[in-house]
Design a protein around this ligand. Structure first.
Ligand SMILES: Nc1ncnc2c1ncn2[C@@H]1O[C@H](COP(=O)(O)OP(=O)(O)OP(=O)(O)O)[C@@H](O)[C@H]1O
Length: 220
């Protein structure tokens, strides 16, 4: 059973190292449900690596992981996949190049047997993400980096996650759309209580949009 008051995410003494160097050093972090947390740090400090660790993505086999990650007090594999949605900086890698963008967007809802909600959810997010009027029957390679980043965000939002993990996921957007998307995410966080972890270089935006920031220092 998942207890409501349980923090949504807890990192305990998370470290990652190889025989040559340390990538993450004893990171402790508690994120409560409903937070919009900005993860800051200098280039190379380990922000993306930390997200990969949280998501239990693979690292080179010679690297060693210590510490633990808990979502609602449980291991990630015990939590429904749709609750934890990542959005990465390079969206091209996340789309099947032979599928139309619509097929890719529909796929999660098809798996959850909720495909009938597709158009309604799309209608909610299309204007906010500025994707109205884009031809959904095109292949990913025909969209710009900024459009694909928004489709990538859209696919995660269609899953109605409890926690969104964004790795520089708005970096390819022009300033106006970037502002619009971040405002929409802040609204989602405030009105629907979706927890957001946002890896960013933009200290100013993080201070503006996030309820809290967490800085990673490069391990020595
Ligand atoms: N698979 C890998 N093999 C070797 N080194 C790696 C690997 N993944 C990450 N690193 C190294 O780990 C360090 C942290 O990388 P990471 O991408 O997490 O930094 P970051 O803080 O997200 O940087 P940026 O802000 O520039 O994106 C870097 O020095 C990077 O070169």
């Amino acid at each position: 059973m998942i207890r409501k008051e349980e923090p949504i995410l807890v990192l305990e003494d998370v470290s990652l190292f190889s025989s040559e160097r340390t990538y993450l050093s004893q990171i402790n972090l508690e994120v409560n449900s409903g937070e919009f947390l900005g993860i800051l740090g200098r280039s190379g400090s380990g922000k993306s690596t930390l997200l990969r660790y949280i998501l239990d993505l693979p690292f080179p086999s010679s690297w060693k992981k210590t510490g633990r990650v808990r979502f609602f007090g449980k291991e990630k594999k015990e939590i429904p996949a749709r609750w934890i949605q990542p959005v990465f900086q390079d969206p091209v890698l996340g789309f099947n190049p032979t599928w139309t963008i619509e097929k890719s967007l529909r796929e999660p809802l098809r798996l959850f047997k909720e495909e009938e909600r597709f158009e309604t959810l799309l209608e909610k997010w299309n204007p906010i993400l500025g994707l109205e009027g884009k031809d959904r029957n095109r292949l990913p390679s025909s969209f710009s980096g900024g459009e694909l980043q928004r489709y990538s965000l859209m696919r995660s939002l269609l899953c109605e996650p409890k926690i969104l993990l964004l790795d520089e996921a708005t970096s390819a957007l022009d300033p106006l759309i970037n502002e619009q998307v971040l405002t929409a995410l802040a609204d989602l966080n405030r009105k629907e209580g979706t927890t957001i972890l946002w890896v960013t270089h933009n200290v100013k935006s993080a201070k503006r949009f996030c309820s809290r920031t967490f800085e990673i220092l490069a391990p020595v």
